[in-house]
Write a protein that binds this ligand. Structure first.
Ligand SMILES: Nc1ncnc2c1ncn2[C@@H]1O[C@H](COP(=O)(O)OP(=O)(O)OP(=O)(O)O)[C@@H](O)[C@H]1O
Ligand SMILES: O=C(O)C1=C[C@@H](O)[C@@H](O)[C@H](O)C1
Length: 296
């Protein structure tokens, strides 16, 4: 099964990247997802609402609608010219080894799975999916926070596993998984069909990012009162202690602390999403080439 990205290379440009007139940063449209009926995984279209149709054509239309709510081109990711070239080069290096397998980004809430995942999808010519969004679509409830509230965390986790199972039968996808997807071993059996990449971000930086946007959309962190940074930091610390061994199952680890150290400083807050995406491609390449060497 396969989904194709909505971006096509133009002469003189490489897939998805556009140089603005008059210079400045490169930008890339976030790819749209195009799926055909025969490429459709069952659960993703078979929600508790009319999307549970048995008709494959109808299901395809439903999934397409769920993945393409934002028209292509409405979100822009900005790169410098240097970053654009490196991203292009690294993506070309990785693609033959990846051989169409999906990339699953794992990591704590707010670690940048969505932001970095969209860049990776763009440069690899893959389609991007956010598993939280797919659970919302499958259940027919518009936010994860509401799913937790109206049902339960266990209900959300069951649906998350079903979404990951269905995605695992597809190819050429970058998937931003939910922060807690790593806790269920069954999810690893799905994700290990592709390549798993852990975005490892210091908890202090995570708590700052999350406090900046508020905790309302993140039910496991939400508190009605108190300092949002302090509360988020405390909760993230306890979640991370429970989960760090699970995150470490990933094939590749992208540590923001290591990137900062390589750059000769220790400020992870100045690392841009594209810098992190480049490191992700480098780590993916080392893992895949080592694996290929062992096989030969
Ligand atoms: N490198 C970065 N530097 C600064 N802020 C960032 C960076 N990457 C992502 N962010 C910001 O952090 C927040 C969380 O990012 P994002 O949604 O990509 O994370 P996520 O891992 O998908 O989160 P969740 O699992 O909770 O959905 C967003 O507000 C995003 O703009
Ligand atoms: O870390 C977690 O357990 C979660 C992360 C989010 O992506 C959502 O999947 C949900 O809020 C749970």
């Amino acid at each position: 099964m396969e989904a194709s990205a909505g971006i096509r290379a133009r002469p003189g440009a490489w897939a998805g990247l556009e140089k603005p007139r008059g210079g400045g940063a490169y930008s890339a449209r976030v790819p749209a997802v195009r799926l055909t009926a025969e490429k459709l995984p069952p659960r993703l279209a078979l929600g508790t609402d009319p999307r549970r149709s048995a008709d494959p054509v109808l299901r395809a239309a439903k999934l397409k609608a769920s993945c393409c709510k934002k028209p292509a081109g409405t979100e822009k990711v900005h790169y410098s010219a240097d970053e654009a070239l490196i991203l292009q080069q690294k993506a070309q290096d990785v693609l033959p080894y990846l051989d169409g397998r999906c990339v699953y980004l794992v990591g704590m809430m707010g670690s940048g799975k969505t932001t970095v995942g969209k860049i990776l999808a763009e440069v690899l010519g893959y389609s991007f999916f956010d598993s939280d969004k797919l659970v919302e679509k499958a259940v027919g409830i518009s936010s994860v926070a509401e799913i937790f509230q109206l049902h339960s965390e266990a209900f959300f986790r069951d649906n998350e596993s079903e979404v990951l199972r269905d995605l695992s039968s597809m190819h050429r996808l970058v998937v931003a998984t939910g922060g807690g997807a790593v806790i269920r071993p069954i999810n690893w059996s799905y994700m290990k069909k592709g390549l798993t990449v852990w975005l490892d971000v210091p908890l202090d930086a995570l708590a700052r990012r999350i406090a900046a946007v508020g905790t309302a959309s993140r039910p496991l962190l939400h508190q009605e009162s108190g300092d949002p940074y302090a509360k988020a930091y405390a909760k993230l610390t306890s979640l991370f202690e429970q989960r760090m061994d699970s995150y470490a199952n990933a094939d590749a680890r992208v540590s923001l602390e290591h990137i900062a150290l390589k750059q000769g400083h220790n400020d992870v807050t100045i690392l841009t999403p594209s810098t992190i995406a480049i490191e992700a491609l480098l780590k993916m390449e080392s893992f895949l080439t080592e694996k290929a060497m062992v096989r030969n």
